[in-house]
Design a protein. Sequence first.
Length: 247
Amino acid sequence: MLTGAMTLGIASTAQAAESDDDACAPEAYAMALRYQQQSAEIDALQRQGYALATAKLQQKIAAHPDADNLAIMTDLDETVIDNSALLVRDMQACHDFTGWDTWKVWEREGHPRLIPGARAFLNYADSQGVTIFYVSDRYEENKAKTLETLQSLRLPQINEAQVRLLGPSKGDRRAAIQRDHELILQLGDSLADFSSDFHHANLDEQHRLVSEGDAHFGDDWIMFPNASYGSWSDAELEAWSAPLKTH
């Protein structure tokens, strides 16, 4: 019996090794995608982010009682809309979505969901006379489809002028908005959504810039969680140096 178990164990080990060799590399994204798409914690964090954004917007409107040119700037993907269905489909097809070669088709044909709290916040901004700029690195060539998608989600102020897609850098698009508007709030899921200082910064530099700019976060910069992709995705992990023990 023991010999049989050992033989079975050796065979199972060999099969496992073979399976590892044949493994689908994009399956490594599964836990992050489960968290982003299915966890109640992400739902809570997104709602919390929009509750904070609403409170901060109320404060900033009150601080500018005579202003008629107040504006907010928000990213779209993983901030206002949830594209996780595309990423999961690609992963399940063993296709690495970080090559972004399926993204244009998704822009044209996909059906993203709204992030919880997004529509209520944006409708509140609209009701207060605040101009909303949707600034995204979605492709300009698919702008008509992006506008159609956003309109189908019943978001306010969706038009050619206020939806600004990939072309000029986000920094340049931000500067263009600020020429005619007082930008009082920004929303995004990536640090580069808030300042061009982050755009080419490595992770160490990003951490330094976050520390130096910490007064912005939770005030005029509202960050949303995105575990699916980002500039951190190839970062080396730090492990406990102690040998593994159980019990």
